[in-house]
Structure formats: structure tokens, C-alpha cells
Design a protein around this ligand. Structure first.
Ligand code: SAM
Length: 152
């Protein structure tokens, strides 16, 4: 195994997890900066051509984990690997952001759901070859259907 070292830090308007929208159907529209360390800047070459990026980051302010528990998106508990919970055995997170622009080692992005100062572990161009009709959304789709039925 390896010891991850941050390649940079997120500059986000969020300083408190309570301010980050959670729950069913939530959309993340907040803008901020992926502030990449200058020693890694050359690795950003050609990134501008991509509209969206995968950002792999560390839940650095999360402690411990629950293998099975509640989710803000449902009133039923689920296994941690069927959720995006910050309380997981390896506290690694994945967020898709829209790339708005680049100023040297700073990437301006939209779609943040992490706290200010969050360590970035990696960046990869977003791509998906899976047709939408082949995607299944498991318990999330069921929770959405129940919510819709309850609101009628
Ligand atoms: C539900 S997780 C999803 C993260 C990522 N999109 C994923 O799917 O892996 C997002 C939540 O993690 C928490 N969070 C954000 N930044 C964090 C950090 N640096 N350390 C610990 N928890 C954090 C906040 O409560 C936020 O609402």
C-alpha cells in the first residue's frame, strides 16, 4: 500500500458541514478553486479540454466508520458501500465537478460538496461510457419514488 500525499487543497466557501446541502435530489452548484501545489502543476497540462473532472479527496475531518447506518437521503439504513457517507473504513471521497477555467495551478470549478481546506488526492478527466438506460440507482431510486408518493 501507499501513503497518500495531497496534490493540493480545495478552496471552498463551506467551513461547516451543516452548510453543505444533503439529501435526496440535492444539486451542488457552489463554485471554488482546486488549488494544486506548484510541484504538480505540469500534471495539469491538457486538463482544460475537459468539461468535467473527477476529484478524489480525503474526508480529513471524519473519524471512524459505520458499516451500516442511516443516510440523509433515506429514512432506511444502508451498507456504507451503498452510500456516499463520510464515515467509511478508508475515508476517500469522489466528486464530479465542472471545470470553469484554469489559472496556472488553480482550477476554477463548480459543484463542490467539500469543506474549505480539504486535501485533494487526485484529479482525473470525467468520462462515462455506460448508457443512461443501463444505469440502476438501487435504493436511491426507491427512496425517491417513496418521497414522490408521500408528497401526493
Ligand atoms: C455525502 S459526502 C459525499 C462526498 C463525495 N461527493 C463522495 O461521494 O464521496 C459529502 C459530505 O461530506 C462531509 N464533508 C465535506 N468535506 C469534508 C471533509 N473535509 N472531512 C469530512 N467530512 C467532509 C459533509 O458533511 C458533506 O455534506
Amino acid at each position: 500500500m501507499f501513503t497518500p500525499n495531497p496534490i493540493g487543497y480545495v478552496r471552498s466557501p463551506y467551513t461547516d458541514t451543516k452548510a453543505i446541502p444533503k439529501g435526496l435530489g440535492v444539486r451542488h452548484e457552489v463554485e471554488g478553486i482546486l488549488d494544486i501545489l506548484t510541484e504538480f502543476e505540469i500534471g495539469l497540462t491538457d486538463v482544460e479540454g475537459f468539461s468535467h473532472l473527477f476529484v478524489i479527496w480525503a474526508f480529513d475531518r471524519s473519524e471512524g466508520y459505520d458499516l451500516f447506518g442511516p443516510s440523509p437521503a433515506d429514512n432506511r439504513p444502508h451498507g456504507v458501500f451503498a452510500t456516499r457517507s463520510p464515515r467509511r473504513p478508508n475515508p476517500i471521497a469522489l466528486t464530479v465537478v465542472e471545470l470553469l477555467g484554469r489559472d496556472g495551478p488553480k482550477l476554477r470549478v463548480r459543484g463542490l460538496d467539500m469543506l474549505d481546506g480539504t486535501p485533494i488526492l487526485d484529479i482525473k478527466p470525467y468520462m462515462s461510457s455506460i448508457p443512461a438506460e443501463q444505469l440502476r440507482r438501487g435504493w436511491l431510486a426507491e427512496a425517491e419514488a417513496r418521497k414522490q408518493a408521500d408528497s401526493k
